[in-house]
Every structure is written in C-alpha cells, then in structure tokens.
Ligand binder design. Structure first.
Ligand SMILES: Cc1cc2nc3c(=O)[nH]c(=O)nc-3n(C[C@H](O)[C@H](O)[C@H](O)COP(=O)(O)OP(=O)(O)OC[C@H]3O[C@@H](n4cnc5c(N)ncnc54)[C@H](O)[C@@H]3O)c2cc1C
Length: 394
C-alpha cells in the first residue's frame, strides 16, 4: 500500500444503476456509513451508455423503495409489450399503467447520480480503475488518479469492468452480444412501402423469428425519445447459448426485421455492446469484494439488467451493513443471500427458461410457444419472471 493512498471504508467502483443503487440503499439502511463511502466513475455525467433503456415495473418498484420517481426523467411509455414469432404472438400489458417506461441512459444515470449526491454520498467522476487487489486487511485500488485503500470494494463497473477481471481472472464468463440502432418513428419515404409511414405506435415489440437461425434471443423495437423528440430504438440480442463456436451474424436478422417495417438499417448508425449474464455457477464475491449488476450477471433470457442492477444494489447494501456490524468481511453468505432473494429467484428462473427454450430451435416450437401456449407463457411470466421488485422490499 502506498503511504499517500486515500482511505475509505467502502469504495464503489462504477456509477451505473448497480453502483448508485448500492450507495442509495446503504444510505437508507446504514446512514452512519454514508460519509465513509466513495464512488468512482470513469466517465463524466451525463455519459453515454448503450442500452435500450426499458424500465420494467420491477425497476420502478425498486426506485419507489428509495423514494425515487422515474417519471422525473425524460421518457416514452409503451402501453403494451408484444412477444412475437414472425410478427404474431402474445401481448402483455400492465393493468392501469404503462407496461414499459423507456428512458435514455445518459439522462437516467445522471439523474440517479444527482439523487445519490443529494443523499450525501461522494462521487468522483473521471477516475478510471486499473487494478483491484484484496488482501487480509483491506483492498488497494489503483486508478489513473492515484491509489485508494478501503475496507471493502463493490465492483459495479459493468460487463467489461476491471473489478471482476482483477479478482476472478480465471472465472468463466457468459456474455450476450447486442446491436442497437436509433431511428425516427417513421421510415424514410423512399424505403418505406410496407407501413405507409404509419410507424409502430407506443408498443414495445420483441420478435423471436431468428431463433431457428441460431440466434438465442430476439430483435426489439421500442418507442423512445431523444432530447424530447419521439424516436424508435431497434436492436438484436443473442445470449450466445447456441454459439457452439460459430456465431451467426447479428446484423442480417436486424436488417430483415427493420426492412419488414420499412426501415433501411444502412441509413443509421449501429452500435454494439456485450452483457454479462447470470449463470448459477457465477462467482459473486471474494473476501472483501462484492460484485453487483452486470459484473455479477444480468438476465440471460431478455438481457434485462437495469432492474437487476438496482436489486443487486439492495442486496449488497444489506450485506455491507451486516459486515460492518460483525467485522466479518468474507462475504461468504452473499451467494446465499442472492439465491434466497426475489432477485435470485427471477434470475434463476430466467436462466433456466433461457437454457431450455433457446436450444429448441425448431420453427414449430417457437410458434407453439409464442402463439399457441399464450396463457401458459403469460401465467409462467407473471409467476416466475415478473413482479419480483416489490418482493425485494420485504
Ligand atoms: C444494447 C443494450 C440494450 C439494453 N437494453 C436494456 C433494456 O432495455 N432494459 C434493461 O433493463 N437492460 C438493458 N440492457 C442491460 C443494461 O444496460 C445493463 O444490464 C445495466 O446497464 C447494468 O448496470 P450496471 O450498473 O451493472 O453497469 P453499467 O450500466 O455498465 O455501469 C457501469 C459503470 O461503471 C463505469 N466503469 C466501467 N469501468 C470502469 C472503470 N475501470 N473505472 C471506473 N468506472 C468504470 C462505467 O462508466 C459505467 O458508468 C441493455 C444492454 C445493452 C448492451
């Protein structure tokens, strides 16, 4: 340890929803720890984060538990979500409310960071973590702005983060591939013949037509807004569960889906980013270091990760509160805490469902699933996948 290293009790590495939620839940559960926390973020808010920005009711329930109201952030609301195979399938809508609230992550994360600062937590922006070295008495964190020393570290630095790579260099990783495109609501008139410029309304679409082509996932098309202007967010998600060494190109199915609705992919900027997903064999902590959010593992079924990141933050705060009251920083109970929580239940269910349904690539099975077994799929989603955010409060 360098003698000039800066000392804290809790260092949170990464200021996305997982890190900010950890800080906010710590403030709520253990306010005496608040002025001993430092959050390090490599970018400056509002910073770009590739994400479709779909906030489920579970994400909003977790924010409400922190007395936060996501409607303060610019958003577009989808009144229903459609889960289709080749354009036909089932519809999910939430009674008396929007089904999916879509935010832009630069705005959402900057808002959440502001709320965290208002709660009295110190955030240092523009500090990039390079190395994380736990030892028997604490953790040394090396950054491009000097060295920090703390009792414990929370690795909240996302799918490509440094924390997990430093503390678990040999652990296997499960990562999904994603591409995303933002377009206007209407296709350009030259290309559009299919929809006569009607657009797709305030509906969030998921289409699993590419599963038989070896894509273990779906294409999406959400309403969104950029600087107050209504737009559409398109993308494709592949868990890579079917990869077998070969990875089918993602651009072609996305091009196909966009073309079906009158949009020409080549007219727009395309961006890609991975998501590290939850597998029950993942390692979630080592002595003195907890992982949260994508660093621990997001949902493999849909690649949903914002609500999960918020949920991990709550679990990590509880774990930290207990560690500081007992003086035991091994975090050996964190896996069990996750497994027993509503977050752990939904992640396990989603991993199990993804592992079963994506490898069944037959076209007839996908038709059966999304078009014929509708009531079964809706009931199973309601029981095993959705509605976990409120249960995290108990
Ligand atoms: C294309 C795409 C679409 C998606 N769409 C959705 C969606 O609609 N709904 C949904 O729920 N989820 C979606 N996700 C998943 C979601 O974006 C993530 O699960 C979520 O952002 C995880 O939050 P996090 O806080 O763990 O990590 P992140 O949001 O990645 O935050 C990590 C933070 O750590 C910082 N950081 C990284 N490295 C360092 C370092 N070395 N030093 C300091 N700071 C560092 C980063 O700058 C960042 O601020 C999508 C993901 C992708 C890629």
């Amino acid at each position: 340890m360098g003698s000039d290293s800066q000392q804290y009790d809790i260092l949170i590495l990464g200021g996305g929803p997982a890190g900010l939620s950890t800080a906010l839940h710590l403030k709520q559960r253990a306010p005496h720890l608040a002025d001993r926390i430092l959050l390090l973020e490599k970018e400056h808010y509002p910073r770009f984060k590739l994400c479709a920005g779909g906030l489920t009711a579970d994400a909003e329930a977790l924010l409400e538990g922190l007395d936060l109201d996501a409607s303060e952030v610019p958003h577009a609301d989808a009144s229903e979500a459609r889960f289709d195979f080749e354009g036909k399938g089932l519809k999910i809508s939430m009674p008396k409310r929007h089904t999916l609230r879509i935010i832009r992550r630069d705005e959402f994360d900057a808002w959440l960071a502001e709320k965290t600062r208002e709660a009295g937590i110190e955030i240092r922006e523009g500090v990039s973590v390079k190395n994380v070295i736990p030892d028997a008495n604490g953790v040394t964190v090396t950054t491009d702005q000097g060295e920090f020393r703390s009792q414990v570290v929370v690795g909240a630095d996302g799918s490509n983060g440094a924390t997990r790579r430093c503390v678990l260099p040999d652990a296997p990783v499960h990562t999904a591939r994603l591409l995303e495109i933002i377009t206007p609501t209407q296709p350009s008139p030259v290309f559009s013949e299919n929809e006569g410029g009607q657009g797709r309304g305030l509906v969030a679409f998921f289409d699993f037509f590419a599963v038989p082509e070896g894509i273990a996932g779906y294409t999406w098309d959400f309403p969104t807004q950029v600087k107050g202007q209504p737009m559409r967010c398109w993308g494709i998600y592949d868990t890579n569960m079917l990869a077998n060494g070969s990875r089918p190109p993602l651009k072609e199915p996305l091009r196909e889906e966009m073309a079906r609705h009158g949009f020409n992919l080549d007219e727009y900027q395309i961006k890609g980013h991975p998501i590290r997903w939850f597998d029950p064999s993942n390692i979630f902590s080592v002595s003195r270091v907890l992982l949260v959010g994508d660093a621990a593992g997001a949902d493999p079924l849909f690649g949903e990760g914002i609500s999960m990141a918020l949920g991990y933050g709550m679990l990590a705060a509880t774990e930290l509160e207990e560690a500081f009251s007992t003086g035991n920083f091994s975090f050996s109970g964190y896996r069990r805490r996750l497994a027993r929580s509503a977050l752990g239940h939904t992640l396990f269910a989603r991993w199990f469902i993804a592992s079963v349904i994506y490898p069944l690539k037959w076209r007839w099975f996908q038709i059966l699933l999304w078009r014929i077994l509708k009531p079964v799929v809706i009931a199973a989603s309601w029981i095993f996948i959705l509605n976990w955010g409120k249960r995290m409060r108990i």
